[in-house]
Ligand binder design. Structure first.
Ligand code: PLP
Length: 360
């Protein structure tokens, strides 16, 4: 079957998946209640712990990250939660909470500005919140919220759980869920983990499990208590995406071989390359200084570049970046530097972008 010419993805997910990892999906199928599956599951779970910085439980869920946004609020909120919003995915999680019948209040900060721990503390002091939702790395704005500091404030409110979306952070930025006191930390496979889409992963604290026991309408598919019960047998409640879990198994070995700290350092290095290009090209950043993301840069399009034309130019060279998200389309464009991207690949991309600027 003829294939489309390969275009390397520098969009903030899905990102490029290396051929060896794609190939890991093609092993013959096994039953999900078989000993072979239980072995695979048992092998993968411990390898996922460093992703979240936890010594505790990790669930493998067949869904995209949004499924676990829903799971977190369904399992951890009876009535009322506070949703921190400074970008599209924070806003999405607020919508998800409302759609699940929760009284969800938004703490909104201008897009591109970080959420400050004092703002969270002020709201929590008003009382009545059972959980806080926060997006660690806002993919829409290229901003990394100060999660350790926010977590420290939330921890001063003993009955409030901290639910973290690390969809475009996990695998590219260090997370210390146990140390920081994160109760649910969730991610998707298609971002800094450099896997195909279709898996969602999360760490879940004992406090979150205890809360889930007291929440009556958790639903079925994303019920953490069901996940816990089946995890005891290295199973999942429903049929999991076995081929994707095989790819995850292979990728976690590759990440361990690279070294987690080396991987985080590479992400910061790639960010540095992109930042240098932004400065040299006379562009600006959308996210405020001090909080710029190590996995995706949102460039403020101060030179009025035609992003469609830029991407058409890049596509002819086998590469693709992303336009701004939603309302930021045209006003920004985004370059993802996450996953398994190398220094050379980012250099090649940035050179091609510079050539486009010179030619137009
Ligand atoms: C920060 C963040 N949260 C949530 C999502 C939604 O994840 P998914 O598309 O895996 O459902 C995305 C997707 O881009 C994201 O970037």
């Amino acid at each position: 079957m003829p294939r489309d010419p390969h275009v390397k993805l520098f969009i903030p997910g899905p990102v490029e998946v290396r051929p060896q990892i794609l190939a890991a999906q093609t092993a013959p199928m096994i039953g999900h209640r078989s000993p072979e599956y239980a072995d695979l599951h048992a092998r993968v779970v411990p390898k996922l712990r460093p992703l979240f910085g936890t010594a505790g439980r990790v669930f493998i869920v067949t869904a995209s990250g949004s499924g676990l946004q829903e799971a977190a609020v369904r399992n951890c909120v009876r009535r009322r939660c506070l949703c921190l919003v400074n970008g599209a995915f924070g806003a999405r999680w607020h919508q998800v909470a409302l759609a699940n019948g929760k009284q969800a209040d938004a703490l909104e900060v201008s897009w591109g500005e970080a959420i400050r721990p004092e703002q969270v503390d002020d709201r929590l002091r008003t009382g009545g919140y059972e959980a806080v939702t926060v997006v660690f790395n806002e993919t829409s704005t290229g901003l990394l919220n100060p999660l350790p500091e926010i977590a420290a404030v939330v921890r001063q409110h003993p009955d409030v759980l901290l639910l973290v979306d690390a969809v475009s952070a996990a695998g590219g930025v260090e997370i210390r869920a146990d140390e920081w006191g994160v109760d649910v930390c969730l991610t998707s496979s298609q971002k800094a983990l450099a896997l195909p889409p279709g898996l969602a992963l999360c760490s879940v604290s004992d406090r979150a499990m205890a809360r889930a026991e007291s929440v009556p309408d958790r639903g079925w598919y994303f019920d953490f208590l069901q996940y816990e019960k089946y995890a005891a047998k290295n199973h999942t409640p429903a049929t999991p995406a076995i081929s994707l879990i095989r790819a995850l198994d292979a990728q976690l070995d590759a990440i361990a071989a690279e070294g987690w700290q080396a991987r985080f350092a590479r992400h910061r290095r790639l960010m540095g390359q992109v930042h240098a290009w932004v400065g040299a090209g006379g562009f600006d950043f959308f996210a405020e200084e001090g909080y710029r993301s190590p996995t995706v840069t949102a460039v403020r399009n101060t030179r009025g570049v035609d992003v469609g034309a830029l991407n058409a130019y890049l596509r002819r060279r086998g590469m693709l970046i992303s336009d701004g998200y939603g309302p930021l389309k045209g006003e920004t464009f985004r370059v993802a530097h996450m996953g398994d991207a190398t220094d050379e690949e980012i250099s090649e991309l940035l050179e091609a972008m510079s050539e486009f600027m010179e030619e137009t």
